[in-house]
Ligand binder design. Structure first.
Ligand SMILES: Cc1cc2nc3c(=O)[nH]c(=O)nc-3n(C[C@H](O)[C@H](O)[C@H](O)COP(=O)(O)O)c2cc1C
Length: 220
């Protein structure tokens, strides 16, 4: 599966099979997390076979079933923490999709107090990503039209920018808010976002999707 196929195939999945993640995939995920942590300075952690975060009212409200693995996005508090968590978290989401697993970003409907990740003083748990083998692959959802999300008409945009925009539109955002806006100014791409719950995390997620298919490089 190519990264573009993974972007198209990914949908939030909240209902999982009870199957545990095989050893080879665990190792590959831990290696990828190590790489992300080296590059970003974050302290992302994977927790396997622990359903406690997903039990109780909030989890029920969020309709999670049999979720028992998660990635905890942890890092030192800074202005860029949320955006970096989004960017590197999405890299891991697509990594897992390419390995045949499903995911769901979770910012609210989990029990933070039951999260087993280490969070030292000065650090923050931004949110988690549930993962595992979904009962199904999830369903496609609505997106805002491209002209509402960027400053260039579709028939005037260069190919690499159009590819990036299509991937950005398929990126998950909290409550599907899509509060981002993309500007092409000369050769430069600028992403901004209106305020909203987790909108900085969303910005990092959307930038990753845009970058990985267009080869445009953002400074994080
Ligand atoms: C930062 C962030 C936080 C999210 N928090 C939750 C959550 O607490 N509970 C939940 O069920 N879904 C959560 N989601 C999933 C979104 O609702 C979902 O990604 C969005 O509706 C788009 O659907 P899709 O992922 O299938 O494309 C979150 C997504 C993001 C990006």
């Amino acid at each position: 599966m190519t990264i573009e196929e993974a972007i198209k195939a990914r949908h939030s999945v909240r209902q999982y099979k009870t199957d545990s993640v095989p050893e080879g995939i665990r190792e590959a995920l831990l290696n990828e997390i190590n790489q992300c942590n080296k590059e970003s300075g974050l302290r992302i952690q994977a927790i396997f076979d622990d359903p406690d975060c997903f039990t109780g009212f909030l989890a029920h409200y969020g309709k999670f079933k049999n979720a028992h693995n998660y990635i905890a996005l942890v890092g030192t508090e800074s202005d860029m923490l949320e955006e970096k968590a989004g960017y590197y978290g999405q890299r891991l989401v697509l990594f897992l999709q390419m390995k045949g697993l499903n995911t769901c970003w979770v910012g609210g409907t989990y029990k933070k107090g039951k999260c087993r990740a280490e969070v030292s003083s000065g650090e923050k748990l931004v949110c988690i990503i549930a993962f595992g083998y979904g009962v199904n692959g999830g369903v496609a959802r609505k997106t805002k039209p491209m002209e509402k999300l960027c400053n260039v008409p579709e028939d005037k945009m260069p190919d690499w920018f159009k590819k990036g925009m299509k991937a950005a539109m398929l990126a998950p955002t909290a409550i599907n808010q899509q509060k981002f806006y993309v500007e092409l100014i000369g050769e430069e791409v600028k992403f901004t976002s209106k305020n909203g719950p987790f909108s900085k995390v969303d910005l990092g997620i959307v930038k990753y999707n845009f970058e990985v298919v267009s080869n445009y490089k953002f400074e994080l």
